[in-house]
Design a binder for this molecule. Structure first.
Ligand code: HEC
Length: 264
């Protein structure tokens, strides 16, 4: 075979050589990337990790309850300045109706109103009124909370004959007894409010009923009080409490046919 080459052949060989080098480099590239990574894996080092884009990953901070070298009192958790008043999580202060959510949140945080939040008046006496506006919405809420949290024992009608109430060690009192009526010895609105939230301790000091403060807000508790009042009112209502038109309609109405016995 002749060793002489013609210029075209040399160029082809050069091109082939370059292509081979490129392929080789491409094959090595993953290895070149993987090597340093494999090298880092599992190795222990006291050096801080290399971060090409730290993205604020590391920032100075203190753990709650930690000792602080910075503050003179040695606490990392700062105390509110003296005389600070809890204010709420929103800076909005307005009497406008649209801000009512914030106003309510703030009132619930401050709990400054003894009547609404503790059920007592300025002299510490139990309230004998409901200190929030009683609306149909409040009664609905009260029914909803009562049926969920109270009815199991006290019964849907408040007569003490709920499923749990029936198997209680002794018969539970009925809210329709005289002593729970307005003006009755255990009938003060502030008392029922307090029992709903904090439970009831009997004369011997035993806790007879658990409190439902974990489940009811103060407004819920007033809603429940209002609903118990509605149950009591309904229980003692007679036909004379109906408006004239409904009374005559009821009295004139045909009696319902007796339900069919047995069968399916
Ligand atoms: C697990 C059962 C149970 C549930 C649920 C329950 N109670 Fe009671 N409640 C009792 C018992 C027991 C007594 C004490 C009865 C007694 O010995 O006089 C009581 C007593 C009361 C009394 C009377 C306190 C007094 O002065 O004698 C009120 C008012 C009352 N409960 C309200 C509520 C309200 C409101 C709820 C719902 C938020 C509720 N209870 C949920 C068991 C329950």
């Amino acid at each position: 075979m002749s060793t002489s080459t013609w210029p075209g052949e040399r160029a082809t060989r050069r091109r082939k050589g370059a292509a081979r080098a490129l392929a080789c480099a491409a094959a090595m590239l993953p290895v070149a990337i993987a090597l340093p990574m494999a090298g880092c894996r599992g190795d222990r080092s006291d050096n801080p990790p290399r971060q090409f884009f730290p993205d604020m990953d590391d920032q100075p901070r203190w753990k709650a309850q930690d000792r602080s070298e910075f503050f003179a009192d040695g606490r990392t958790m700062r105390q509110p300045p003296q005389g600070a008043v809890a204010f709420g999580r929103s800076p909005v202060v307005s009497d406008e109706p649209w801000a009512s959510t914030y106003t309510l949140q703030r009132a619930q945080l401050l709990k400054a109103d003894d009547r609404v939040y503790r059920g007592v008046d300025e002299r510490g006496a139990l309230l004998t009124t409901i200190p929030v506006e009683v609306t149909p919405a409040l009664l609905d809420r009260g029914q909803n909370r009562f049926d969920i949290y109270c009815a199991a024992c006290h019964g849907i009608k408040g007569d003490g004959k709920g499923l749990v109430g029936q198997s209680w060690a002794y018969p539970l009192p009925s809210f329709h007894d005289d002593r729970f009526q307005p003006g009755g010895e255990s009938g003060a609105e502030g008392h029922i409010f307090d029992v709903a939230l904090n439970g009831f301790v009997g004369p011997t000091g035993r806790q007879l009923m658990p409190g439902y403060g974990h489940a009811l807000t103060e407004h819920d508790a007033w809603a429940v009080v209002a609903y118990i009042r509605a149950l009591q009112r309904a229980h003692r209502a007679g036909i004379q409490d109906l408006p004239e038109s409904e009374r005559t309609q009821l009295q004139g109405a045909p009696q319902p046919a007796p339900a069919a016995e047995g069968g399916s």
